[in-house]
Design a protein around this ligand. Structure first.
Ligand SMILES: O=c1ccn([C@@H]2O[C@H](COP(=O)(O)OP(=O)(O)O[C@H]3OC[C@@H](O)[C@H](O)[C@H]3O)[C@@H](O)[C@H]2O)c(=O)[nH]1
Length: 352
């Protein structure tokens, strides 16, 4: 959509608002009261959270989003504002929350390294106090609880690929510790609640994920490289570029989260795409994909940057019958289209 079309769309929306024409929502499945669940998504205005909210809403459930909008954004969920099945609470989960729900997807936490390192104490509080508060809620209302954990829990892994029974290699006092150790503590807290309080817990260890709705200032490799390539700016590789990552498209992750929540498996499960690339190869691939003239440049490496990462997804295959479906080609196409629009909008001042 170019800028003229976008302006026209906005004008039409203003006219409809002025005329009090009811907003049209994406289609929602009708669900009987027995199947309809009340679902809380913490961090539901974020990149992953908002895609999950779309899925749960379209499945016909009642969804409550709780978000403090630190990295989340209202525009990610604006399509549901005003829907009778949808509610949004502006709240920081480091404080307790009292509502009635059947399921809790606990996704609230900054996830991009520059964001979580910006305020490490807040990252620790969110993952530790926030998880305790969300589990307290799950205990009070007997809700099933899913937490978004991370592949960062494996630190700089000495085994490859990483399976869930690997305990990890994390620097407990390094700059990434606020997130890595925060998530490790969060998992420990979950299983303490399982042992002592009989809570039904699901733990998703999420590997690198990309897709539309990543923030333009997200700072992770996929968004950085795509934006740099679109703008013909230098593509910045941190370190040698020999480090590896494996990238999953966001809709695959959402499928995995829903399957995990509704299945019977209660130990941690890796959710990621085993399609592995060196960062150097990935830079070339993005440059060619976008058709960019960007030079590829090497910058200083990051402290404690994991050298290799690839999920072993045997558990997810066996227990959830889940495996990623979206190819890098298809996922990148959607993501590049999204960023082209976002860049255009930010240049016209319509988006920050
Ligand atoms: O511009 C950039 C950005 C990043 N990178 C490199 O690309 C690799 C991936 O970096 P990202 O910041 O995208 O993500 P990381 O793998 O370090 O961390 C991620 O891990 C999994 C999730 O839990 C989180 O989304 C995030 O913490 C790193 O080696 C990083 O140094 C670049 O070379 N250039």
């Amino acid at each position: 959509m170019d800028i003229k079309e976008k302006l026209q769309e906005m004008e039409e929306r203003i006219i409809k608002l002025e005329m009090n024409v009811p907003k049209t929502f994406p289609p929602v499945k009708p669900l009987g009261y027995k199947d309809k669940k009340r679902i809380l998504v913490s961090g539901g205005a974020g990149f992953v959270g908002s895609h999950l909210v779309d899925r749960l809403m379209m499945d016909g459930h009642s969804v409550t989003v709780v978000d403090n909008f630190f990295t989340g954004s209202r525009k990610n969920i604006e399509q549901w504002i005003g829907h009778e099945n949808f509610e949004i609470i502006n709240h920081d989960i480091i404080n307790p929350l009292f509502i009635e729900v059947d399921q809790i997807y606990h996704l609230a936490s900054p996830a991009s390294p520059p964001h979580y390192m910006l305020n490490p104490i807040k990252t620790l509080k969110t993952n530790i106090l926030g998880t305790i508060n969300m589990l307290g809620l799950a205990k009070r209302v007997k809700a099933r609880f899913l937490i978004s954990s991370t592949s960062e829990l494996y630190g700089d892994p000495e085994i490859h690929p990483q399976s869930e029974d690997y305990w990890g290699n994390v620097n407990p006092i390094g700059p990434r510790a606020c997130y890595d150790e925060g998530k490790r503590a969060a998992e420990a807290i979950c299983y303490a609640y399982v042992r002592k309080e009989n809570i039904e817990v699901r733990v998703a260890r999420i590997f690198n994920t990309y897709g539309p709705r990543m923030h333009i200032n997200d700072g992770r490799v996929v968004s950085n490289f795509i934006i740099q390539a679109i703008e013909n700016l230098p593509i910045t590789i941190y370190g040698s570029g020999k480090q590896t990552r494996s990238f999953q498209y966001v809709s695959d992750l959402v499928e995995g989260l829903v399957a995990l929540m509704n299945g019977n498996y209660s130990l941690p499960v890796n959710l990621g795409n085993p399609d592995e690339y060196t960062i150097e190869k990935f830079a070339t691939l993005i440059k060619e994909f976008v058709g960019s003239s960007s030079p590829i440049v090497f910058k200083e490496g990051l402290e404690d940057d994991p050298k290799q990462r690839k999920p072993d997804i045997t558990r997810a295959k066996n227990y959830l019958n889940w495996s990623p479906k979206v190819s890098l080609q298809d996922g990148l196409q959607k993501t590049v289209n999204y960023f082209k629009k976002e860049i255009q909008m930010s240049k016209t001042g319509l988006r920050s």
